[in-house]
Design a protein around this ligand. Structure first.
Ligand code: FAD
Length: 417
């Protein structure tokens, strides 16, 4: 057995051989991360045995990513679809027509789906990544009703997925919804693989994602030094210094999480104070390994050979710039809704792109004659719940609650069609 093979067997079921500068390696790692599939990472620049193994597998060529599975089979530079097929992820729905299609399989979508299915409504959930949404990526949920000692986000997500499956919800993952349409009484959903599904009602529960800084260098180093998920990527920086960007609850809480792993956290805050809750602020400000720099913004990111090496920061008051060299940077500056696929759908959004529903919709200038029910969008029969909805509270419990409410509204709506 070769050295690389031994390494592969002992460390993990699935091994990704690649290099930090390789964009396809980053894409494959992101895909595995989003689907919560554990893998062992071998940077062949650092690991000669790993490099030799890749060369042997590829008949003398050094092609990455080379992804090796538990049974010894491997894929070279796979597309996400090839990777999904190899991993046995369900890629197409069983039928083309449902009573209800739920777009997004986070807490709102899965709760809505399981409530609907319990009511006898034939339901399909289409999820682009792994089930559980942001909740699944959260290390620990401490404020979820019914879990006195808190609960791991991934455990909660798995329970929710299983519960939906138990009630007969059809679950489709690794499928991005790219467009929705409506004509006569039918609502349509198109997915990235070209499939089309239709339904009598729809629930938009696509949540939100991390907002980016939009400064030079950011796009180049995402996944190669710049991260948006401490739970997912924090362990890569054990014993090293990292920077966290943001001044709200997420930035402060994630700093407290990261500091358990890393050598030091430098928290870069644009304003002159933290906006986190009082108790979290105190913990951050008292922590000996967290340095907080107020009035500081990021001007640019720089790197070498595809890996982040430096961050230029600017003092907001004086304009003076300075370079710092954290091993990694974690950005927590808020959320943007996942609503790009709603462009041209006729669904009204607010100025940040969140979906308007019910009362907020009727208040918005120029709204149509359609009188939406609570959680109903400007298109009759299309509802929205959770983080994607304008005015939602961005919490798991409320997202799940909105999902349940939306399902019961769907039940009433279906009686009228
Ligand atoms: C780091 C972090 C910590 C948090 N901690 C807590 C906490 O302690 N307590 C708490 O109550 N809340 C917490 N939250 C917030 C909580 O996770 C969210 O409020 C909740 O997950 C929102 O649920 P949702 O279903 O509305 O959206 P999401 O959880 O965002 O789920 C939406 C789903 O839709 C999918 N999707 C998006 N676009 C498409 C598309 N075009 N096609 C198909 N699928 C799509 C996404 O992949 C995702 O799975 C935390 C969030 C983060 C990021």
């Amino acid at each position: 057995m070769q050295a690389g093979q031994e390494q592969n067997k002992s460390m993990s079921e699935l091994t990704v051989y690649g290099a930090h500068w390789c964009p396809d390696c980053r894409r494959s790692k992101q895909f595995l991360g989003e689907h919560q599939i554990p893998y062992h990472w071998v940077d062949i620049e650092q690991d000669k045995a790993g490099e030799q193994y890749v060369v042997e597998k590829n008949n003398g060529k050094r092609i990455i990513p080379t992804i090796v599975f538990a049974d010894g089979s491997f894929l070279v530079e796979p597309s996400n679809a090839q990777l999904a097929a190899k991993l046995g992820l369900k890629m197409t729905a069983e039928r083309s027509f449902y009573d209800l299609i739920v777009v997004g399989g986070g807490p709102a979508g899965l709760t809505g789906a399981l409530y609907a299915a319990r009511e006898g409504i034939d339901t399909l959930v289409v999820e682009r990544a792994a089930f559980g949404g942001q909740a699944a990526m959260t290390e620990r949920l401490d404020n979820l009703p019914g879990f006195a000692d808190g609960v791991e986000g991934s455990y909660f997500a798995d329970q929710l997925r299983r519960q939906a499956a138990r009630f007969g919800v059809e679950l489709l993952q690794a499928q991005d919804v790219t467009r929705i349409s409506h004509h006569d009484n039918y609502l349509g959903v198109a997915t990235a693989d070209g499939s089309e599904y239709s339904a009598r009602a729809m629930l938009i529960a696509t949540g939100s994602r991390y907002r980016r800084l939009d400064v030079p260098g950011e796009n180049e180093y995402i996944g190669a030094g710049i991260h948006f998920c401490a739970t997912c990527d924090g362990p890569f920086y054990k014993g090293m210094p990292v920077a966290v960007i943001g001044g709200g609850n997420s930035a402060a809480e994630e700093s407290l999480f990261l500091v358990k792993l890393v050598q030091k956290v430098t928290l870069l805050v644009r304003g002159d104070q933290l906006k986190a809750s009082q108790i979290v602020q105190e913990k951050v400000l008292r922590h000996p390994q967290i340095e907080v720099r107020f009035n500081t913004e990021v001007a640019r990111f720089d790197g070498q050979r595809g890996k982040l090496t430096a961050v230029t920061i600017r003092d907001q008051r004086t304009g003076a710039t300075k370079e710092i060299q954290p091993a990694g940077v974690f950005v927590f500056i808020g959320l943007a809704p996942n609503t790009a696929f709603l462009q041209d759908s006729g669904i009204r959004l607010d100025r940040w792109g969140f979906v308007l529903t019910g009362h907020e919709l009727t208040q918005a200038a120029g709204s149509s004659a359609h009188e939406p029910s609570v959680l109903e969008t400007s298109v009759p029969g299309i509802f929205a719940a959770g983080d994607v909805r304008a005015g939602s509270t961005k919490q798991v419990a409320s997202a799940a609650g909105e999902g349940a409410t939306a399902a019961l509204l769907v039940r009433e709506y279906l009686k009228t069609t």
